[in-house]
Design a protein around this ligand. Structure first.
Ligand SMILES: CC(C)(COP(=O)(O)OP(=O)(O)OC[C@H]1O[C@@H](n2cnc3c(N)ncnc32)[C@H](O)[C@@H]1OP(=O)(O)O)[C@@H](O)C(=O)NCCC(=O)NCCS
Length: 254
């Protein structure tokens, strides 16, 4: 039988076990077919490694934000300018998404101290690798690659049909407005164009006039796209997947 002092000594141990058991319960299942990763804290929603050709590697990481602002803040390193930026954000959801991107970075062995932004707001990593960042509502994602890459995540929403003619042109040749896939396909096209824009980062690019996405099937999860801009033609490989009601799209410049 324990006396009171022995019990109190045990208390921090009991509290530690309780706290970690609670954390373990919150773990998110990974999508089927993906490598399960053993994380002590809130895990990634999804990670993917791609090697498109010998010597190139790409990591895509997705986070589903369920943690509080305080929990996230406690777990990430922030550089001074990003700390100021975080404090200036009006929406807490935006702050949590911003912090969750740092969690993703840390999953790849980088920290916020390795990240900097150019004057257009495009993120860069110190060293050779390229990075692109996206967040929407409670999802965030990053792509890190030896290739030039862009990423975008978008919620599938009815209202995208109202602006379709602002960002589609040649795509209307294969889009079927009456299909139940119309909104899903529009979201892929939008995401592809955002991802390409993030790669090129050039003022004056029009989604409608300068970027065209080739016909694709949702279940194939890939397509190609072209950018015609400033007398140059650039080709891109587009990959996409649907995660809950969101569409994640990433683009590689060929
Ligand atoms: C900059 C832009 C690409 C951001 O995309 P978004 O869908 O609004 O937001 P996302 O969450 O997907 O991406 C935000 C991230 O993009 C990155 N980003 C911002 N500006 C960028 C740029 N110029 N180039 C590349 N990446 C950029 C940042 O990392 C940012 O997140 P962070 O600041 O928290 O790190 C977008 O606002 C934009 O300007 N698009 C082009 C405008 C356009 O032509 N629209 C067509 C209308 S028909």
């Amino acid at each position: 039988m324990l006396n009171l002092f022995q019990f109190l000594e045990l208390f921090p141990v009991i509290r530690y076990i309780f706290f970690h058991a609670k954390k373990r319960k919150k773990r998110m299942p990974l999508l089927p077919g993906l490598k399960n990763q053993d994380h002590n804290t809130m895990p990634l929603y999804k990670t993917k490694h791609i090697s498109r050709s010998v010597g190139t590697s790409t990591q895509i990481l997705v986070w589903k934000v369920t943690e509080s602002y305080a929990e996230l803040l406690e777990e990430v390193v922030l550089n001074d300018s990003n700390r100021i930026r975080l404090d200036g954000m009006k929406s807490e959801m935006h702050q949590r998404a911003f912090l969750s991107v740092r969690k993703l970075l840390q999953e790849t062995g980088h920290t916020d101290l390795d990240l900097y932004y150019d004057e257009f707001g495009k993120p860069h990593l110190q060293g050779e690798k390229h990075i692109s960042i996206t967040h929407s509502h409670n999802f965030s994602a990053i792509i890190i690659s030896g290739e030039t890459v862009g990423i975008d995540i978008e919620l599938q929403r009815d209202k995208i049909t109202r602006i379709a003619d602002k960002f589609c042109d040649s795509e209307f040749q294969f889009l079927d407005m009456d299909s139940e896939e119309y909104i899903r396909k529009l979201t892929v096209i939008w995401g592809a164009k955002e991802a390409i824009f993030k790669i090129r980062n050039e003022k004056g690019i029009s989604f409608k006039d300068h970027i065209s996405v080739e016909e694709f099937r949702i279940n194939v999860k890939q397509t190609v796209a072209k950018l015609h801009f400033n007398n140059l033609v650039k080709d891109f490989n587009i990959h996409f997947e649907e995660i809950e009601d969101f569409t994640l799209v990433y683009a590689f410049e060929n």
